[in-house]
Design a protein around this ligand. Structure first.
Ligand code: GGG
Length: 358
């Protein structure tokens, strides 16, 4: 039996609080389904390695992590001490780029037992994926400053859209749409205002669509698309978006499905040359950190996605994934619940309950 080497990076803030619950449930699932996991912990965080060394990770981080099958990541950010762009570009974004995790796959689902904040929507009405481009686009450090501190101060920031980068994320999204019963793809754009990169994105989209005749597709400008998430989420199946638009939509989607505390994500290197990374959509949430009240569900669900990816189609791993989702839904229906879901349970109580429900 293969032993999967997992690099565990809890990170900062509530990342440190939800990670033990993620591991608790992973261990329970691994025991039940006969999966071997070998976890190694790294304290690469603002309130960890950074405080001692002035950088987020050691310089040999790439070689170190390359030896792992997956990265299980909590959250990054301690803005009172380290500016967010330093911590993000010093860890999370390095993983995504250097390990070519070009797909950020973010399921948006109204889970059983979660009251929907949108009037009149049923469980089946919210069940789609946001496929976020994860290595280029608006997330760039290309640009510069001139005339700093003067009246003529000028700040320039470029977006980067490559043919390879655009085509591969569109292909992943169309493949996913083709594998689902609805077979529908929606693309986010803003080609009326962003006059070079977004028309290019639209052009590549239309070309890619020609190869997927069984998939129906449409595209919306990001502003009206955001409104449609709230007004009619049932129209979506697979939503593909550039890095920034995908980031925004994948916070908005889970908010429409109850709470961002349950939203998982998978940063995938689909070619499996480098480790993929699994993390909650939420960040380190400094406002509630240290109180043990964060919802651990997103961390736990991300662990389920990790098992499924590690299994690469194997039924035992798929069964482990499904059992975790079922345990999450049981506890969301029957409690205990954290305060973001109207309950008064703490993080550990919810994690323990989900592990027991397995
Ligand atoms: N667990 C995700 C996390 O720590 N997110 C912090 C954040 O600000 N991420 C920005 C991004 O995902 O692009």
């Amino acid at each position: 039996m293969k032993t999967h080497k997992i690099a565990v990076i809890p990170g900062d803030g509530i990342g440190k609080e939800v990670m033990p619950e993620g591991l608790r449930v992973l261990e329970a699932a691994a025991r039940r389904f006969g999966i071997e996991l070998d976890c190694t912990h790294f304290d690469w965080a603002c309130a960890g390695y950074y405080l001692r060394h002035g950088q987020m990770m050691p310089s040999d981080w790439f070689e170190t992590l390359k030896a792992y099958d997956a990265i299980y990541f909590g959250a990054v950010g301690w803005p009172d001490v380290v500016p967010d762009h330093i911590s993000l570009w010093g860890s999370l974004l390095k993983f995504r780029r250097d390990f070519d995790q070009y797909v950020n796959l973010r399921p948006v689902r109204l889970m059983r037992g979660v009251p929907c904040p949108l009037a009149g929507k049923k469980q089946d009405d919210i069940d789609f994926y946001v496929v976020r481009e994860n290595t280029e686009g608006e997330y760039s450090n290309v640009g510069g400053k001139m005339f700093e501190g003067t009246e003529r101060e000028l700040v320039l920031q470029e977006s980067v859209f490559t043919r390879r980068g655009v085509d591969r994320i569109l292909k992943f999204a169309f493949d996913l749409a083709q594998s689902r019963p609805k077979r529908h793809l929606t693309a986010a754009t803003k080609s009326n205002g962003i006059a070079i990169s977004m028309p290019y994105w639209d052009e590549r989209l239309a070309l890619m669509a020609r190869q997927y005749l069984e998939v129906t597709w449409d595209k919306y400008h990001i502003d009206i698309l955001a409104a449609r998430f709230v007004l009619s989420p049932e129209r979506f199946d697979v939503v593909v978006a550039s890095n920034l638009f995908g980031d925004i939509l994948s916070d908005l989607g889970p908010a429409c499905a109850g709470t961002i505390g349950i939203a998982p994500s998978a940063n995938l290197n689909p070619d499996r040359i480098f480790p993929s990374m699994f993390e909650p959509v939420h960040g380190s949430a400094p406002d509630i950190a240290g109180r043990n009240i964060a919802n651990p569900t997103a961390m736990i669900w991300s662990g389920a996605m990790m098992l499924d990816f590690l299994g690469n189609g194997a039924s035992r791993y798929r069964a482990a994934h499904d059992a975790i989702i079922n345990a999450i839904e049981t506890i969301l229906s029957e409690g205990p619940r954290t305060p973001d879901m109207g309950g008064n349970a703490d993080t550990s109580q919810v994690g323990t309950a989900i592990a027991a429900a397995l």
